[in-house]
Design a protein around this ligand. Structure first.
Ligand SMILES: Nc1ncnc2c1ncn2[C@@H]1O[C@H](COP(=O)(O)OP(=O)(O)OP(=O)(O)O)[C@@H](O)[C@H]1O
Ligand SMILES: [Mg+2]
Length: 267
């Protein structure tokens, strides 16, 4: 059977530093998989290898039946099916919200102006920022900017959405709006791979949780198992640092990142 995402024996080294040491997992169509783990464990590197922003040292990445690590693959075409949302929103500051959501549609998908605008407005509506179409990113809150970034990714009709700590740069009161948009996407059946410290979100929305430490997957399974009844000491130790026990299972939001994982530390 074929998976939406299939990662096999993935290794990534930077010089002599081996960051990913043999990662194997799959994501099925319509599933949400949350990746959790301490700072430096390789979570961002893993996501960047999934869309080949980083070239894996060894192993295969297959998305929608297309092996991206095949040297003969049309990588630009394959990447078009992947939406990526980063911790920092990476909007073009000199373009309006609407232009930000239209530009890649126009340049990459070669959509006409009217169609690109229609798709942009539809997606901005979906994430709740349609009223901001003519504003510039600097005029928006962080949560609104992140929702524009999500709309921009969705406008490309991705078959898979990758999120790398999409809420960790946000003020706490803005986190919920972004998580609500992500939850709605998941409910719509979007296949999602999400690096997050939001344990409430992982617990409620994820089909599976993958706990990484030191470049390997220590354990994975349903959220109730990995977050609720972790088997490994490393998982328990990580969770005790990020979880406020009083908030387990209570809505989205939850505790922020621990103090040794300051926003902006990732590339
Ligand atoms: N381009 C790079 N060149 C050299 N080393 C890198 C590069 N990118 C990442 N690393 C190293 O790889 C390791 C894993 O980094 P990565 O960003 O994947 O961790 P992470 O799990 O996402 O951490 P965080 O929770 O802080 O975002 C770190 O030791 C980091 O310094
Ligand atoms: Mg990271």
């Amino acid at each position: 059977m074929s998976h939406a995402v299939e990662i096999r024996d993935l290794h990534k080294s930077f010089g002599s530093l081996e960051v990913l040491k043999g990662i194997d997992f799959t994501v099925d169509e319509g599933q949400v998989v949350c990746v959790i783990g301490p700072s430096g464990s390789g979570k961002s590197t893993l996501l960047r290898c999934v869309n080949l922003l980083e070239q894996p040292t060894k192993g295969t990445v297959t998305v929608g039946g297309v092996e991206l690590t095949d040297p003969d693959v049309d990588l630009d075409a394959a990447r078009r099916r992947l939406g990526m949302v980063f911790q920092s929103f990476n909007l073009f500051p000199h373009m309006t919200v609407l232009q930000n959501v239209m530009i890649a549609q126009r340049r990459v998908l070669r959509r006409g102006r009217a169609e690109a605008e229609r798709v942009a407005r539809g997606n901005l509506e979906k994430v709740g920022v349609a009223a901001k179409c003519d504003d510039f990113p600097a005029q928006l809150s962080g949560g609104q900017q992140q929702r524009v970034a999500i709309a921009r990714a969705l406008a490309m009709n991705p078959s898979l959405m990758l999120f790398d700590e999409p809420t960790s740069a946000l003020d706490p009161e803005l986190v919920g709006d972004v998580l609500a948009v992500m939850r709605a996407l998941a409910d719509d059946g979007m296949t999602m791979l999400v690096v997050t410290h939001e344990m409430g979100f992982a617990r409620e929305v994820a089909d599976r949780v993958v706990f990484m430490d030191g470049g390997v997957i220590v354990e994975e399974g349903p959220p109730d198992q990995v977050i609720g009844r972790p088997q490994h000491a490393r998982t328990r130790s990580f969770l005790s640092r990020v979880l406020d026990p009083g908030h387990i299972g209570e809505g989205v939001g939850g505790p922020g990142a621990p103090s040794d994982e300051a926003p902006g530390a990732t590339g």
